[in-house]
Design a protein around this ligand. Structure first.
Ligand code: SF4
Length: 426
């Protein structure tokens, strides 16, 4: 069976898609680029914002134009989202129980079905395939960096967020299972492992008292590991002591993504984030005390209902106070069924765009500012690429360095490189 798999969205979607792809291959499917020869289309994607869901719909329509009789399967957050939307349910989408014909009025007929995250087996069955759960998967970057999802779901329910509704409560993978997957990646030659999760900082809370530190200590001892990185860490589960104790993990990179969302206490409270500005700054202070060279990146949400100019200014001031290395900017969009969707004080789109532009201007300066602090210093770089006598890779604090390759240099090697000139960060 020839199957085309389109992937949109975050690291979690990429991980889910990689795992699904591995199982499809094990079951004998041939994965091909989308074309008229595709016998089924799978779309693995994100629905965290309205824009992401809209994009997934657009991609789906493009796929269906390539072959209107091939069934389309939505998988992951987008599967859960579409399955639960009344207009999709009425049109014949069906959640996780096989697929169902959908007739577009007056147009060609096609078939589609929605599978929420974790329903890989049901999806394979709908395709008439079966395969055991993969021993390992993980999206990889150039054979040096592997991604491992250590938990899924979230039990926090920030007032704007649809993720807990789509992916369910926080569920940690057992420590031995993760250890096995990481050991397999190392055996296959990966040198760096990135741990990710929907709510990574809560890992272990549902496993009888384990914490993320326990998991990191366990992985830190595995032979062949050079680097461990963490994807996004939600601040509400962290304390200054936790941030400081990360320093005891030998291979952990000083590079943390701590989503601030807003620098205004009243907006943070309306968002239900579970921390205020002062608590966030204490986390930053403890992290910097442990790792003076740490790179801190963040997510900022613009235009949450009720965000005044004063609130926005508080966000700008907090960004400056923390001195982030990089910002990921999102415009608030109401997600049906969340408390924020019915909150008073929605901002008009023009004002959201103005604030977004202001933040973009600031964001553009941050990577260069950070990099300049290290000019002339040397760092270990894990070589990820060698091309046309140039090698490149990242420092532990995620500065991208390009340097002349020399005979015998190999991808996956750790070498000392001086930060000597400006170059765009990758
Ligand atoms: S912590 Fe908040 S923003 Fe993050 S996934 Fe959970 S509900 Fe969503």
């Amino acid at each position: 069976m020839r199957i085309s798999l389109a992937v949109l969205g975050c690291k979690i979607s990429q991980y889910d898609a990689a795992r699904l792809e591995e199982r499809l291959r094990q079951a004998g499917a041939e994965i091909i680029p989308p074309s008229s020869a595709s016998q089924a289309f799978l779309l693995c994607g994100c629905a965290v914002t309205e824009r992401a869901a809209r994009e997934a719909g657009q991609v789906a329509r493009r796929l269906q134009r390539l072959n209107s009789v091939a069934p389309l399967y939505y998988y992951g957050c987008i599967g859960a989202y579409f399955a639960n939307q009344p207009k999709h349910a009425a049109a014949g989408y069906q959640a996780a129980t096989g697929y169902q014909a959908r007739q577009a009025p007056g147009r060609v007929s096609y078939q589609a079905c929605c599978f929420p995250p974790g329903r890989e087996t049901a999806l394979l069955e709908a395709l008439g395939l079966s395969s055991p759960t993969p021993v390992s998967s993980g999206r990889s970057w150039r054979r040096t960096r592997g991604l491992v999802k250590v938990q899924d779901g979230c039990s926090h329910f920030c007032t704007y967020c649809i993720v807990p509704h789509l992916r369910g409560p926080a569920k940690s993978r057992p420590i031995r299972e993760i250890e096995g997957e990481v050991a397999d990646l190392l055996y296959r030659g990966f040198r760096e492992v990135v741990l990710s999760g929907v709510h990574l900082s809560s890992w272990g809370h549902d496993l009888g008292g384990y914490t993320l530190i326990d998991l990191l200590h366990c992985l830190d001892r595995l032979p062949g590991l050079d680097r461990l990185r963490l994807s996004s860490l939600e601040p509400m589960d962290l304390s200054p002591q936790t941030m400081a104790s990360f320093r005891t993990i030998e291979h952990l990179c000083p590079h943390f993504h701590l989503p601030l969302q807003s620098g205004s206490d009243s907006i943070l409270q309306r968002m239900g984030r579970g921390y205020d500005r002062a608590q966030f700054l204490r986390l930053v202070e403890a992290t910097r005390a442990a790792w003076p060279d740490v790179a801190l990146t963040t997510d900022i949400m613009i235009g949450f209902p009720g965000e005044s100019e004063q609130d926005f200014q508080a966000t700008l001031a907090t960004i400056e106070a923390v001195s982030f290395t990089r910002l990921h900017l999102f415009r608030y969009s109401p997600r049906p069924g969340t408390p924020a969707a019915s909150m008073t004080g929605p901002l008009d789109e023009k004002e959201k765009r103005r604030r977004l532009e202001r933040l973009r201007t600031l964001a553009e300066t941050l990577p260069t500012r950070f990099r300049r602090r290290f000019l002339g210093r040397s760092f270990p770089v894990l070589v990820e690429r060698i091309r046309e006598s140039q090698a490149s890779g990242f420092t532990p604090n995620y500065i991208h360095l390009t340097f002349p390759a020399y005979p015998g240099l190999l991808v996956g090697q750790l070498v000392e490189v001086k930060v000597s000139e400006e170059e765009p960060d990758a």
